[in-house]
Design a protein around this ligand. Sequence first.
Ligand SMILES: [Fe+2]
Length: 410
Amino acid sequence: MNKNRRLLITASLGLAGASVGLYSHQRGLRYPRIGYEPEPLPVEINGAFGGFKLHNLIPVLPNKTSTINQSIPTVSLRAIAPDAQITINAKRGQVNVIINNIAQTATLLVEGSGIRNIDEQQEGITRTIKIDTAIEQEVKLSWPLPDEDGYKFAVIGDSGGNTELDWCLKRSTQLGAQFLLHLGDFNYGNGDYQRAITVFQNAPIPCYISIGNHDFNDSGLIYHHFRSNLGEMNNVFTVAGTRFVNIDTAADFLPASAGMRGRLFQELIESPQERQLFFTHRPLCDPRPGEDHNVGSYKGVEWLSNSINAAGGGALLTGHVHHSAELDINGIHQYTIGEGLGHDDVLLQRQVAKLMVGTVEKGRRPKLSWEPLNMPWSAHKSHTHLKKLKKRGDPRLIDWYSALDFQISD
Ligand SMILES: [Fe+2]
């Protein structure tokens, strides 16, 4: 090989290496299970009926129990925020739109002319809309919430996907919440993922979900179930003047600023706001003495806290550590709300677990308060309880819980 050819090959390899490095740097590597950060979900769908532009909606897998006429083009979507909107550039004809996770109190608003017929059926938090248009035209659909002075919501994480999750939703509704922020980890194995998807699809109130580490990877990377059924891994929405920011901390990023999360923060920092709530899975700081189950990534805590402050600051709501606590870190007040399994109830044999209830009102700072979870013993069915008790090695508690489990399994 002559010298020029060798130089050319070396230069080409160097260029290719630099390109891969730059691509990886911007897109982001996720670890400990190595993979690239996924691309964002589509915000436009094109089909036989025309084009759909989605705002705070994601395309999802069709619900298997739906009885809608599938000979007509049908689009299945899930709202990932209260201000979901679809703009349909419709061709002439019929289309069905099934949208899950819309508040039962929200009302369909249709903008556009030339519609021959539009029919909306409501079943819980699912709307089925049949549209028949006479001409090619643009139709905009949205579901505004009633114009109330304030909205109430509940917050909890680390529920698993069993009957504890059912109870968290029931309790949120009892407390008057109009939506739930779920802080991730609904998948602790053995059918939890699919069960949780079904529970979230049939919940009494909309759920906006932050992806947890157990929902991201298990025996392999599994986050595609999340994105094809429940949500995008980062998003932002505003309710009554408060900006809610859902942040992905399910797995580490290299570098911390890469990927969809980094791009979202670039946008937030360009328009900082005063009233904000950030919600995510892993905390900036583990509130348990001697434990360090916090946001990973090289300089991840520093990058995330600086980014939150640069975007205007606000409280951070986190789960991940099966614990309730408050602390201040890098100028941010962190609430850890991770008692969705109510495991401390089992450890102490009395109801001690808590969840959080918040209120947002126009012109006011968001208010947050702790409320008892009041989980009944019949709801403590997750296999995680026994696993944790065995790890702890307290035979008295194992016997007590096993007897309880036996009774409620019948
Ligand atoms: Fe977790």
